[in-house]
Design a protein around this ligand. Structure first.
Ligand code: CO
Length: 210
Protein backbone atom coordinates (compact mmCIF):
# COMPACT_ATOMS: atom_id res chain seq x y z
CA UNK A 1 0.00 0.00 0.00
CA UNK A 2 1.29 3.46 -0.84
CA UNK A 3 1.64 5.81 2.13
CA UNK A 4 -1.13 8.09 0.92
CA UNK A 5 -3.54 5.17 0.50
CA UNK A 6 -3.40 4.62 4.23
CA UNK A 7 -4.92 8.08 4.67
CA UNK A 8 -7.90 7.20 2.50
CA UNK A 9 -8.41 3.89 4.29
CA UNK A 10 -8.17 5.64 7.66
CA UNK A 11 -10.67 8.20 6.49
CA UNK A 12 -13.23 5.52 5.63
CA UNK A 13 -12.90 3.86 9.00
CA UNK A 14 -13.03 7.24 10.77
CA UNK A 15 -16.26 8.20 8.98
CA UNK A 16 -17.75 4.79 9.74
CA UNK A 17 -16.83 5.07 13.40
CA UNK A 18 -18.34 8.55 13.67
CA UNK A 19 -21.66 7.38 12.21
CA UNK A 20 -21.69 4.35 14.48
CA UNK A 21 -21.27 6.40 17.63
CA UNK A 22 -23.45 9.31 16.52
CA UNK A 23 -25.69 8.69 13.47
CA UNK A 24 -26.54 12.41 13.10
CA UNK A 25 -22.93 13.61 13.23
CA UNK A 26 -22.46 14.54 9.57
CA UNK A 27 -26.06 15.65 8.98
CA UNK A 28 -25.70 18.30 11.65
CA UNK A 29 -22.57 19.74 10.03
CA UNK A 30 -23.63 19.66 6.38
CA UNK A 31 -25.33 23.04 6.21
CA UNK A 32 -23.87 25.04 9.03
CA UNK A 33 -20.62 25.71 10.83
CA UNK A 34 -20.69 27.77 13.98
CA UNK A 35 -17.21 27.57 15.48
CA UNK A 36 -16.50 29.63 18.58
CA UNK A 37 -12.75 29.75 17.91
CA UNK A 38 -10.35 30.97 15.27
CA UNK A 39 -6.96 29.27 15.58
CA UNK A 40 -3.90 30.81 13.97
CA UNK A 41 -1.10 28.28 14.31
CA UNK A 42 2.11 26.96 12.83
CA UNK A 43 2.01 24.57 9.86
CA UNK A 44 4.26 22.20 11.82
CA UNK A 45 2.86 18.65 11.54
CA UNK A 46 3.48 18.05 15.23
CA UNK A 47 0.99 20.68 16.33
CA UNK A 48 -2.45 19.58 15.07
CA UNK A 49 -5.01 21.98 16.61
CA UNK A 50 -7.96 19.57 16.75
CA UNK A 51 -6.02 16.76 18.34
CA UNK A 52 -4.17 18.72 21.00
CA UNK A 53 -7.39 20.45 22.09
CA UNK A 54 -9.66 17.42 21.64
CA UNK A 55 -12.10 19.38 19.53
CA UNK A 56 -14.41 18.02 16.87
CA UNK A 57 -15.12 19.07 13.27
CA UNK A 58 -17.12 22.29 13.36
CA UNK A 59 -15.53 23.66 16.53
CA UNK A 60 -12.41 25.51 15.35
CA UNK A 61 -11.84 27.65 12.26
CA UNK A 62 -8.16 27.21 11.41
CA UNK A 63 -5.43 29.16 9.65
CA UNK A 64 -1.89 27.82 9.66
CA UNK A 65 1.35 29.10 8.19
CA UNK A 66 5.05 28.93 8.97
CA UNK A 67 5.60 30.28 12.50
CA UNK A 68 1.96 31.38 13.06
CA UNK A 69 2.43 34.82 11.58
CA UNK A 70 -0.17 37.59 11.23
CA UNK A 71 1.20 39.86 8.53
CA UNK A 72 -0.82 42.87 7.48
CA UNK A 73 -0.25 42.40 3.77
CA UNK A 74 -1.14 38.69 3.85
CA UNK A 75 -4.52 38.48 2.13
CA UNK A 76 -4.85 34.88 3.22
CA UNK A 77 -4.74 35.48 6.96
CA UNK A 78 -6.77 38.70 6.61
CA UNK A 79 -9.50 36.90 4.67
CA UNK A 80 -9.66 34.18 7.30
CA UNK A 81 -9.76 36.80 10.04
CA UNK A 82 -12.49 38.86 8.42
CA UNK A 83 -14.68 35.88 7.60
CA UNK A 84 -14.35 34.31 11.03
CA UNK A 85 -14.95 37.56 12.91
CA UNK A 86 -17.68 39.12 10.76
CA UNK A 87 -19.55 36.11 9.39
CA UNK A 88 -18.88 33.21 11.74
CA UNK A 89 -18.68 35.61 14.68
CA UNK A 90 -16.08 33.68 16.65
CA UNK A 91 -15.73 34.82 20.24
CA UNK A 92 -12.12 33.78 20.73
CA UNK A 93 -9.03 34.07 18.56
CA UNK A 94 -6.04 31.97 19.52
CA UNK A 95 -2.54 32.50 18.19
CA UNK A 96 -0.66 29.34 19.10
CA UNK A 97 3.09 29.01 18.60
CA UNK A 98 5.25 26.15 19.77
CA UNK A 99 8.66 25.65 21.33
CA UNK A 100 11.18 24.24 18.87
CA UNK A 101 9.55 26.10 15.97
CA UNK A 102 11.68 25.61 12.84
CA UNK A 103 10.42 28.88 11.37
CA UNK A 104 11.56 30.91 14.36
CA UNK A 105 14.86 29.01 14.49
CA UNK A 106 15.44 29.80 10.80
CA UNK A 107 14.83 33.48 11.49
CA UNK A 108 17.25 33.39 14.42
CA UNK A 109 20.32 32.83 12.24
CA UNK A 110 22.02 34.50 9.31
CA UNK A 111 21.83 32.11 6.34
CA UNK A 112 19.81 33.11 3.29
CA UNK A 113 17.09 30.55 2.67
CA UNK A 114 15.54 31.99 -0.49
CA UNK A 115 11.96 33.19 -0.77
CA UNK A 116 11.22 32.44 2.86
CA UNK A 117 13.69 35.17 3.90
CA UNK A 118 10.86 37.64 3.30
CA UNK A 119 8.50 35.75 5.58
CA UNK A 120 11.11 35.25 8.29
CA UNK A 121 12.12 38.89 8.24
CA UNK A 122 8.96 39.62 10.23
CA UNK A 123 10.31 37.38 13.00
CA UNK A 124 13.67 39.11 12.88
CA UNK A 125 11.76 42.34 13.47
CA UNK A 126 10.20 40.82 16.59
CA UNK A 127 13.72 40.02 17.79
CA UNK A 128 14.86 43.57 17.07
CA UNK A 129 11.95 45.07 19.07
CA UNK A 130 12.76 42.88 22.08
CA UNK A 131 16.48 42.27 21.74
CA UNK A 132 17.46 43.58 25.18
CA UNK A 133 15.06 41.17 26.89
CA UNK A 134 16.14 38.25 24.70
CA UNK A 135 19.89 38.90 24.95
CA UNK A 136 19.66 38.99 28.74
CA UNK A 137 18.90 35.26 28.75
CA UNK A 138 22.15 33.30 29.25
CA UNK A 139 21.57 30.23 27.06
CA UNK A 140 20.68 29.74 23.41
CA UNK A 141 17.61 27.58 24.01
CA UNK A 142 16.23 30.06 26.51
CA UNK A 143 16.70 32.91 24.03
CA UNK A 144 14.93 30.95 21.31
CA UNK A 145 12.04 30.07 23.64
CA UNK A 146 11.69 33.72 24.59
CA UNK A 147 11.63 34.77 20.93
CA UNK A 148 8.94 32.14 20.27
CA UNK A 149 6.84 33.54 23.13
CA UNK A 150 7.37 37.16 22.10
CA UNK A 151 6.52 36.28 18.52
CA UNK A 152 3.17 34.89 19.65
CA UNK A 153 2.56 38.08 21.60
CA UNK A 154 3.46 40.29 18.62
CA UNK A 155 1.27 38.29 16.24
CA UNK A 156 -1.61 38.54 18.68
CA UNK A 157 -1.05 42.30 18.81
CA UNK A 158 -1.13 42.30 15.01
CA UNK A 159 -4.60 40.72 15.22
CA UNK A 160 -5.67 43.48 17.63
CA UNK A 161 -4.29 46.17 15.30
CA UNK A 162 -6.68 45.24 12.48
CA UNK A 163 -9.77 47.34 11.84
CA UNK A 164 -11.62 43.99 11.57
CA UNK A 165 -11.07 43.14 15.23
CA UNK A 166 -11.36 46.71 16.53
CA UNK A 167 -14.73 47.14 14.78
CA UNK A 168 -15.98 43.87 16.30
CA UNK A 169 -14.78 44.98 19.74
CA UNK A 170 -16.85 48.12 19.36
CA UNK A 171 -19.93 46.41 17.95
CA UNK A 172 -20.18 43.25 20.05
CA UNK A 173 -17.41 43.28 22.66
CA UNK A 174 -15.75 40.22 21.13
CA UNK A 175 -13.59 38.38 20.18
CA UNK A 176 -11.15 37.91 23.03
CA UNK A 177 -7.56 37.19 22.03
CA UNK A 178 -5.36 34.46 23.46
CA UNK A 179 -1.63 33.85 22.94
CA UNK A 180 -0.54 30.28 23.63
CA UNK A 181 2.65 28.24 23.22
CA UNK A 182 2.55 24.47 22.79
CA UNK A 183 5.37 22.37 24.21
CA UNK A 184 6.48 19.48 21.99
CA UNK A 185 8.12 17.80 25.00
CA UNK A 186 4.95 17.16 27.00
CA UNK A 187 2.04 18.14 24.76
CA UNK A 188 0.94 20.91 27.11
CA UNK A 189 -0.23 24.35 25.95
CA UNK A 190 0.97 27.28 28.01
CA UNK A 191 -1.13 30.48 27.90
CA UNK A 192 1.29 33.41 27.83
CA UNK A 193 -0.64 36.51 26.83
CA UNK A 194 -4.23 37.62 26.66
CA UNK A 195 -6.21 40.60 25.41
CA UNK A 196 -9.83 41.04 26.41
CA UNK A 197 -12.12 42.61 23.82
CA UNK A 198 -11.76 46.38 23.89
CA UNK A 199 -8.50 46.33 25.82
CA UNK A 200 -6.40 49.38 25.12
CA UNK A 201 -2.84 49.04 23.87
CA UNK A 202 -0.87 51.58 21.84
CA UNK A 203 -3.22 54.49 20.98
CA UNK A 204 -1.48 55.03 17.65
CA UNK A 205 -2.88 51.69 16.48
CA UNK A 206 -6.41 52.31 17.79
CA UNK A 207 -8.75 53.66 15.12
CA UNK A 208 -11.06 56.42 16.37
CA UNK A 209 -13.60 56.37 13.55
CA UNK A 210 -14.86 52.76 13.35
CO1 CO B 1 6.63 26.07 13.89
Amino acid sequence: MNSYERLLENNKSWAGEKIKVDPGFFDRLVNVQKPDFLWIGCSDSRVPPDQITQTQPGEIFIHRNIANMVIHTDLNVLSVLEYSVNVLKVNHIIVCGHYGCGGVKAAFQQHSLGLINKWLRNIKDVYRFHQDEIRAIPNEEGRLNKLIELNVKEQLMNVAKTSIVQKAWKDREAPHLHGWVYDLHDGIIKPIFEMRAGEHFDPLYEFDNL
